[in-house]
Design a protein around this ligand. Structure first.
Ligand code: 5GP
Length: 228
């Protein structure tokens, strides 16, 4: 079984944080080569269940901490009314997404909620890390697992809801999905919650501002058990 270690007291932020020593569930972290392009900056991957607020926390960081670069994903999903191409996503056709895969342009990609494809363009991530700029990916669990294979030295942060009921409330409250889509997302969320132990650190998203502060602390000073 994984050991867990609670850091809430030592980090003094009011956000519940737990680190996981996942000896059985994660690949060894001792000696994989860094594939970041040679810079000293750290890549942080934020994942968590649907509607937990990953996008909101990322938006808060974009707003308040502009030195932290946040990857813009490509997706085949249609834009929502307030979304801007190139800011929230690169909205691409199925054909363009196929081309990006074929040309090896994506660091990872996945079909999310059985509905659309999402992927992280690779080159911008490598460029930012080589520049020494901290980089954040806000992606789903399948994508996080792929990045763990290709960039094992990245820091993997799980954003958790305060409770299941709160997660359902947030999903219903958002009002952007149909009932059928909501069902599908809750199914996915059940599986996603079970994956928490695969991550280096958990942040409980009780307050967006505090969760963002906590994540920024980790981005600037990674906390990966077993590594300095
Ligand atoms: P939404 O459609 O609500 O913007 O996002 C749906 C899900 O797709 C979220 O869980 C989000 O984290 C995930 N997602 C966004 N960008 C990427 C990406 O580049 N790769 C992967 N694997 N998932 C992504």
């Amino acid at each position: 079984m994984s050991q867990t270690e609670t850091l809430a007291g030592s980090l003094d932020t009011g956000v519940n944080m737990t680190t996981h020593r996942t000896d059985e569930t994660m690949a060894p972290r001792q000696d994989p080569p860094r594939t970041s392009g040679g810079g000293n900056a750290q890549l942080t991957v934020l994942a968590g269940p649907t509607a937990v607020g990953k996008g909101t926390v990322a938006a808060e960081i974009r707003e308040r901490f502009p030195d932290i670069w946040i990857s813009v994903s490509a997706t085949t999903r249609k834009p929502r009314h307030n979304e801007v191409h190139g800011v929230h996503y690169l909205f691409v056709s199925d054909e363009e997404f196929d081309r990006m895969i074929a040309d090896g342009e994506l660091l990872e990609w996945a079909v999310v909620h059985k509905a659309a494809r999402y992927g992280t363009p690779k080159q911008p991530v490598l460029d930012k890390l080589a520049e020494g700029r901290p980089a954040l990916l806000e992606i789903d669990l399948q994508g996080a697992r792929q990045v763990r294979e290709t960039m094992p030295k990245a820091q993997f942060v799980f954003l958790a809801p305060p409770s299941w009921d709160e997660l359902v409330r947030r999903l219903v409250g958002r009002g952007t999905e149909t009932a059928e889509e909501r069902e599908r997302r809750l199914e996915t969320a059940t599986l996603e919650l079970a994956a928490e132990k695969e991550f280096d650190v958990t942040i409980v998203n009780a307050s967006v501002r505090e969760a963002a502060d906590q994540l920024v602390k980790l981005i600037r000073s990674p906390h990966i058990p077993g590594k300095s």
